[in-house]
Design a protein around this ligand. Structure first.
Ligand code: GLU
Length: 286
């Protein structure tokens, strides 16, 4: 991929209808890319076989167009890029950066105790006592994977990044987040690995996404470093909350863009409202 001053991406998962929260984040991503005279790619994050549905793939593109957001080039479809994720997994394996983990999610949850502040959607802190010793021999990956492979985080390392949307961020590996899954036992790559490989392969210079993914960014920075790929910059957009202060989730069907559209909402007034809410995020100054 030729290098470009700015290349961003929109990366919805086709697991539900896009809602107001997505619209606001994608609008910021679009403005920052266009404002910088750069490119914007659309990525279809369809690796979750149980939850992704083809009708949502079509709907998300239609909803984005309705909002007036365009993108460049063909849609990047994660399920077609498995060979690239597998190559990265092999690289991590050759570097001794991962290990197979036979513990169930329940084992990890029970050992980790109360969910930490990352909330239920974030991975629980992986208990260090579940790790194999660094000196133990690493089994081969095998053609078909039937255990979770985890990335061993550098305990105690403070990882920092400057975020264009949410300010300076820091987290300590092994304390704020633990060893995380890069490949699942159902033989699918994890979101963390796939997104890092895609951002590197497509020369993404800035990732704009919701602030719920800030903690994932620390993991992704470690993966970029281990894989030797340049990490993009980041702009995490504050989450849109409902009147009760809860985060908007896809289950809030009333806030799905298509519901609002059917009720007569027009995209211009929606985007004007976003501009009032987030006056500082729309220009890429870096
Ligand atoms: N597909 C992910 C999501 O919808 C976002 C991934 C990303 O922007 O890195 O939560």
């Amino acid at each position: 991929m030729p290098s470009l001053a700015y290349r961003g991406r929109l990366a919805p998962s086709p697991t539900g209808w896009l809602h107001l929260g997505h619209a606001r984040t994608f609008w910021v991503a679009h403005l920052r890319a266009r404002g910088a005279g750069g490119e914007l790619r659309l990525r279809n994050d369809d690796l979750d076989r149980d939850r992704c549905r083809p009708e949502f793939v079509a709907a998300m593109q239609e909803d984005l167009r309705w909002l007036g957001l365009d993108w460049d080039g063909p849609v990047i479809t994660q399920s077609e890029r498995r060979h690239r994720y597998r190559a990265a997994l092999e690289q991590l394996h050759a570097a001794g950066a991962i290990y197979p983990c036979t513990r169930s999610r329940r084992d990890v949850l029970e050992a980790a105790g109360a969910p930490h502040e990352g909330g239920v959607e974030d991975e629980p802190l992986y208990p260090p006592e579940f790790r194999p010793a660094p000196s133990s021999p690493l089994p081969p990956l095998g053609d078909i994977i039937s255990v979770n492979w985890r990335f061993r985080v550098p305990d105690g390392e403070n990882i920092v990044f400057a975020d264009a949307g949410s300010g300076s961020q820091s987290a300590v590996a092994g304390r704020d987040f633990g060893d995380f899954v890069v490949w699942r036992r159902d033989d699918t790559p994890s979101y963390q690995l796939a997104t890092v490989v895609d951002d590197a392969d497509f020369g993404i210079t800035e990732v704009v996404r919701g602030a719920d993914l800030i903690r994932s960014t620390f993991r992704q920075l470690l993966l970029h470093r281990t894989l030797g790929s340049p990490a993009p910059r980041h702009c995490h957009v504050p989450l849109l909350l409902d009147d009760a202060g809860r985060r908007l989730a896809k289950r809030h069907d009333a806030l799905a863009l298509r519901t609002l559209r059917a009720r007569g909402l027009d995209p211009e007034s929606l985007l004007a409202e976003f501009a009032r809410q987030l006056p500082d995020l729309t220009l890429c100054r870096s």
